[in-house]
Design a binder for this molecule. Structure first.
Ligand SMILES: C[S@@+](CC[C@H](N)C(=O)[O-])C[C@H]1O[C@@H](n2cnc3c(N)ncnc32)[C@H](O)[C@@H]1O
Length: 254
């Protein structure tokens, strides 16, 4: 159960992370509110301290850049509530949460021009300003990073391409770096089928051709990562509040 301190912090964070999307248009703002408010992964990244402090973050398939806005909002809220200057009306940072990470650099890569346009319209005022590249994660070179985030993206590319992207991510990550990979678990029965069906519909509406999805069972995702030399934390179920079968894999380089 979410306590009242956490609830008011999350509500302030949601307002703060969505505000930059207002100039990008009604759709961009509403989409940001729906996704950041409804997807459990954004809270989990903060409350579990999954993004290291001072990280160079690489976000593959970044959509309209919600993660960049979320992390910037979190750091701003954290500084206001506990650290630099106490703002009396700012909600407290929950005591059981780790500090909000300061992002040193944020690089998002996204295939869809409309998403990149919305991200650029919204996020130009953030500090540091996220770098957004329009391109295919199969082709765009990855710069050195400390955290690579791939949320609900890899199943759009075929299996050899998935493996190639993961190998390039491993090569780009600094020692001690972390890959946060959210995937659907193809062995999860009905919840997986529901995720897949919703994915087809949403992807089609977003302007992709009706996609063929390339899904794998959780155990296959885990073995690819182990083969690449990652150490895996226990996979975190990451579809609370939805009927889906998503898992967040936390893969670290020693
Ligand atoms: C389900 S959305 C997730 C967006 C974002 N990661 C999030 O969690 O909010 C998947 C995103 O991956 C993008 N995508 C799919 N294939 C891609 C590729 N080959 N290269 C870059 N982006 C891709 C889609 O356009 C879409 O924005």
């Amino acid at each position: 159960m979410t306590d009242s301190v956490t609830k008011s912090l999350l509500s302030a964070l949601l307002d703060r992370a969505c505000a930059p999307y207002r100039p990008a248009g009604r759709f961009a703002w509403r989409f940001a509110r729906g996704k950041l408010g409804g997807d459990p992964v954004f809270q989990a990244l903060l409350e579990r301290g999954l993004i290291p402090d001072h990280a160079r973050v690489l976000d593959l398939g970044c959509g309209q850049g919600l993660l960049a806005s979320w992390l910037t909002a979190a750091r701003g809220q954290y500084e206001e509530s506990v650290q630099v200057r106490p703002f009396p009306n700012s909600p407290a940072w929950p005591e059981h949460w780790p500090i909000a990470p300061r992002v040193q650099d944020f690089h998002g890569v996204e295939l869809m021009p409309r998403d990149v346009d919305r991200a650029k319209a919204a996020l130009g005022g953030l500090h540091p300003r996220p770098r957004l590249t329009l391109g295919d994660i199969c082709d765009v070179p990855f710069e050195p990073c400390d955290a690579a985030v791939i949320l609900d993206v890899l199943h759009y590319i075929d299996i050899p391409a998935q493996d190639a992207v993961l190998a390039r991510v491993r090569d780009a990550l600094a020692p001690g770096g972390v890959l946060l990979l959210r995937v659907g678990d193809a062995s999860a029965g009905l919840p997986f089928k529901i995720s897949n069906w919703v994915d087809h519909v949403v992807t089609f509406i977003r302007g992709h051709r009706l996609p063929r999805l390339h899904c794998r069972a959780l155990i296959e995702w885990q073995s690819v990562l182990l083969r690449l030399g990652f150490q895996l934390d226990a996979g975190l179920p990451m579809s609370q509040g939805t009927p889906f079968a998503n898992v967040l894999l936390v893969a670290r380089l020693g």
